[in-house]
Design a protein around this ligand. Structure first.
Ligand code: FAD
Ligand code: NAI
Length: 475
């Protein structure tokens, strides 16, 4: 006998588990199927984000930042820390502990919200009376029938053609998060978000890091002024980024790996390294979903085709997160998951793609929301810009971290905030104020007139808003 559900979610990453919780909160009899296994073969819900993405990368970024501070910055505070060592095994064990807390937290949330969890691979069997028949292949085989299906099967790392990941020498994000000893020389291909975050981790721990980037521009999607400021900081740290390269043969050797490439001037070069992290983007994952059994339509990138409301080509089948169009971000996946559950309940779930924040957790952090200066120019929008450097912010000076700035872009006529771009300390937290402001269609003057605590980094946000009207107080 098959088990009947109102909603079945396939995939338990941030898109899927949040959709399942919201659906259950709305009174639906809900199941979530996820196949991720922990080291012991048990369930590890949370998807890429929890297991090999957001959470473990931030754990390693924190550990490596502490190490760098102890080695390079404690002395400024009068603290002598001699013979500082990094126990990589302990750092990785701590990271695994953080991941497990999150896995366990999700299992707890499923229980609390009465979501039925199935550990295994979910696949479409057929359209059935009252919905769709879904097979679960795990420790036990199950057949479920759901009136509504939400597909949230995420994404996988993109391989370089002909260079498969072995997770020993050629690493995806998975292997990059469990390198057992600091490599002497680390190469990365792709200076996007993963390249910069993982490159920073291993550089701080002592690796000689080189990132090879195909595009001639550094962080092309980021506001140009902010990207330039970030690049200056990374150069100073010794994080080497070569732009405009063309990667040729990648060969594994006894010592590690060699990468043949042509540099921006067209010169042939060879990079030797102990390990190579390939971080050239991710591809939507529908492996094993058996989408063809029910005729679920994919685009030519392999993403499930959805409309603005996450409706697929099939009635009552929805898809959210990395497996559909849009930015591959955990919070975007979560917002879509909530919106879909609410739409199933007849409510008006909504996701505002114009106010999705981006954060790169390097040091300095880079965060932004809305349009960049180059996008506004391209769109022919008349705008005013205001910037404020952390160098002139009291809290940043006290922290000893004055790199970077906050930048506001506002409509020249209405003063509505069109974009906020930050490079500097705690940019990841500061950006929230800008997101709220943009969601409420605030003007730069609105932020400039709000009382911000002193001394705080957020005063730089207020000052940048004041700068739009050319009336900063502290600069
Ligand atoms: P996923 O998290 O990929 O989850 C999909 C789940 O579905 C997985 O558990 C998978 O095992 C399961 N699954 C797939 N197929 C089936 C099936 N047929 N049956 C059962 N289960 C199945 N984003 C941020 O916003 N902030 C960050 O700081 C950040 N850092 C990142 C760092 C790294 C190194 C990486 C790789 C990614 C990072 N991301 C970050 C991106 C973020 O991880 C993804 O955007 C997010 O996980 C997408 O969520 P999702 O639910 O769509 O898919
Ligand atoms: P990315 O899209 O951020 O960067 C990939 C980079 O590789 C680009 O700069 C691209 O030009 C370059 N590239 C592509 N092919 C190349 C080639 N053949 N040779 C040289 N360079 C090449 O992708 P990344 O870093 O793999 O991350 C995947 C996604 O995961 C991100 O886009 C983001 O959505 C998510 N993520 C988010 C994080 C966050 O929010 N802090 C952290 C890490 C990942």
């Amino acid at each position: 006998m098959s088990k009947q559900f109102d909603v079945i979610v396939i995939g338990g990453g941030p898109g899927g588990y949040i959709a399942a919780i919201r659906a259950a909160q709305l009174g639906f009899n809900t199941a979530c199927i996820d196949e991720w296994k922990n080291g012991k073969g048990g369930p590890a819900p949370g998807g890429t984000c929890t297991n090999v993405g957001c959470i473990p990368s931030k754990a390693l970024l924190q550990s490596s930042e502490h190490f760098e501070h102890a080695n390079k910055h404690f002395a400024e505070h009068g603290i002598t820390a001699s013979d500082v060592k990094m126990d990589v095994a302990k750092m990785l064990a701590r990271k695994d502990g953080v991941v497990k807390q999150n896995n366990d937290g999700i299992l707890y949330l499923f229980k609390k919200n009465k979501v039925s969890f199935f550990h295994g691979r979910g696949s479409f069997a057929k359209a059935a009376e009252g919905g769709y028949e879904i097979k679960v292949a795990g420790a036990a085989e199950e057949t479920l029938v759901g009136k509504h299906i939400i597909v949230a099967t995420g994404s996988n790392a993109r391989q370089l053609p002909g260079v498969p990941f072995d997770e020993e020498t050629v690493l995806s994000n998975d292997g990059a998060l469990r390198v057992g000893a600091v490599p002497k020389k680390l190469a990365l291909i792709g200076s996007g978000v993963i390249g910069l975050e993982m490159g920073s981790v291993w550089r701080r721990l002592g690796a000689d890091v080189t990132i090879l980037e195909g595009l001639p521009t550094f962080l092309g999607a980021v506001d140009e002024q902010i990207a330039k400021e970030a690049k200056k900081a990374f150069d100073k740290q010794g994080l080497k980024v070569e732009l405009g390269v063309k990667v040729g043969e990648v060969a594994k050797t006894q010592a590690g790996v060699t990468i043949d490439y042509t540099d921006a001037k067209g010169e042939a070069k060879k990079l030797e390294a102990d390990k190579l992290i390939v971080s050239i983007g991710r591809v939507p994952n529908t492996i094993g979903l058996n989408a063809e059994a029910v005729g679920l339509k994919l685009d030519d990138r392999g993403a499930i085709i959805v409309d603005d409301e996450c409706k697929t080509s099939l009635p009552n089948v929805w898809a959210v997160g990395d497996v559909v169009r849009g930015p591959m971000l955990a919070h975007k996946a979560e917002e879509e998951g909530v919106a879909v559950a609410e739409r199933i309940a007849g409510q008006h779930g909504h996701v505002n793609f114009n106010t999705i924040p981006w954060v790169i957790y390097t040091s300095p952090e880079i965060a932004w929301v809305g349009r960049t200066e180059q996008q506004l120019k391209a769109d022919g929008v008349k705008y005013k810009a205001g910037t404020f450097p952390f160098l002139a912010n009291g809290r940043a000076r006290a922290l000893g971290d004055t790199t970077g700035m906050v930048k506001f872009l506002a409509d020249a006529t209405t003063d509505e905030i069109l974009g906020v771009h930050i490079v500097g300390p705690m940019a990841s937290e500061l950006i929230s104020e800008a997101v709220v402001a943009m969601e409420f269609k605030a003007s730069a003057e609105d932020i400039a007139r709000i009382c911000h605590a002193h001394p705080s980094l957020s005063e730089a946000t207020k000052e940048a808003a004041l700068a739009v009207d050319k009336r900063t107080l502290n600069f």
